[in-house]
Design a protein around this ligand. Sequence first.
Ligand code: SAH
Length: 262
Amino acid sequence: MAGKVWFVGAGPGDPDLITVKGRNLLAAAGAILYAGSLVDQAATRFAPAGCTIRDSKDMTLPEMTDWLLEQAARHATVVRLQTGDPGLYGALIEMTRPLTAAGIDWAVVPGVSSALAAAAAAGETLTLPEVTQTVILTRVAGRTPMPPGEDLEALAAHRTTLCIFLSITLLHRVQDALRAAGWAEDAPILVVQKASWPGAEKIVRGTLADIKRKCQTERIAAQAMIIASPTLGAADWPDLARSKLYDPSFSHRFRKASEAKP
Ligand code: SAH
């Protein structure tokens, strides 16, 4: 009987940030195909003795699906380990379609995305009452073009939180887009490289005007998340609109509003 292929989110880099389900699957895996240097620690730390472990760094997509098919013929549990969450910039569907076509069962285990790990590293919130209640996960066009209506300038016009993947080498284009959308030169921008990696994480705080220079000084040219958001720095604001959820005059499922207004 053919095995099952699990697409497991490894989280952003710290091996402790994989889910318990993901870790249990690694511990039961007969074969693991992991995505480059970002997640090798989890793959090697949690895999059982005798497990076939392979880095997909130098493989093409068809080579990867062939390998997964081959391993599924031999093992009950095969894991494709991906950085962050498999549903974000992970070529998930390109890999699952050939499995489905070959009659191989597969499933996805979500992971902590680097967008969330970057915010956590910096102690920032991505949403804030009366500031922004929306997060856009996006990138700028590289070799992959952006579909119509999704260029960063158009998205930035909403003034929401923007988590920008795969774009650190194109930071000048991020700056151009935010300027064209009317963001101020002193708008705060956060860049986190290797978020959650023990001993390797770098946090750079800057503004639209100086973030590129600061990243150059810190030599950040890969594996970095760019966050542009009107919420950044809120921990130090003198005046913060109180969250409606904790406001005594606001009822919700678990608590009735108190009569007395503060
Ligand atoms: N599926 C992944 C994203 C893969 S695309 C996720 O959910 O996080 C690769 C991009 O993710 C990188 O270019 C970078 O922008 C971001 N990234 C991945 N790991 C990161 C980390 N530990 N710190 C900061 N950015 C990271």
